[in-house]
Design a protein around this ligand. Structure first.
Ligand code: GRF
Length: 208
């Protein structure tokens, strides 16, 4: 039977668990023509995630696939199926508070992105901004990276630095990093969707 589905092009999916401000930044960039992509679906593992409502308001297809009471592999398998059904080419984790399984990483090899609020490999895991302040660094920032099986670890696509001020609190520092995240994520998605993007070991490149 001929496959009448269009070839996957710039179709992306966004996975969230919470407020979804990075998701909103990506949706706005697509809407305003600053990002040449089509958002096929927004998926949340949390039914009450505020981001889901924001996506619906913008007319984007949304799904809630709860992880509650399920093995990681079974939960991920359902997500993979929904993504493949929609010919998704790139998966953007945006405040998605779940580790993805090896099967998920393999199904979308070098096609899953995550954003993290520090200059990795410094301060992986939770509360990266608090970790940065506690360590006393003068510069921190955000990282967009490809997802592998280790937490906050895969090849780096893009980083943006943010200066730490003497009077910073976790809140003030987080707010300045978040503003940078929104710009960085849009840029990183465009980079990865560019046909000149390539990955060699831990390094990524863009040849125009
Ligand atoms: C962001 O700081 C992101 O770097 C981290 O989780 C937060 C999500 O925020 N992974 P939002 O849901 O995109 O507003």
């Amino acid at each position: 039977m001929p496959n009448d589905k269009p070839l996957a092009t710039n179709r992306i999916a966004i996975l969230i668990s919470g407020r979804g401000s990075n998701m909103t930044a990506l949706l706005d960039a697509v809407r305003d023509g600053r990002l040449n992509a089509e958002v096929a679906v927004v998926i949340s593992n949390i039914e009450t995630a505020a981001g889901l409502e924001k996506a619906r308001e913008r007319g984007v297809d949304t799904l809630c696939i709860s992880h509650k009471g399920r093995a990681r592999e079974a939960h991920d398998a359902e997500i993979i199926q929904e993504l493949q059904r929609r010919d998704v080419r790139l998966v953007c984790l945006a405040g998605y508070m779940r580790l993805v399984s090896g099967a998920f990483v393999r199904a979308f090899e070098n096609r899953i992105l995550n954003i993290h609020p520090s200059l990795l490999p410094a301060f992986p895991g939770l509360d990266a901004q608090r970790q940065a302040l506690a360590h006393g660094v003068k510069v921190t920032g955000c990282t967009v990276h490809l997802v592998d099986e280790e937490l906050d670890h895969g090849p780096i696509v893009l980083q943006r630095a943010v200066e730490v001020r003497d009077d910073d609190t976790v809140e003030s520092l987080s707010a300045r990093i978040l503003a940078e995240e929104h710009r960085a994520y849009t840029e990183a998605v465009a980079r990865v969707l560019n046909p000149g993007f390539r990955v060699e070991g831990r390094r990524t490149f863009l040849s125009e």
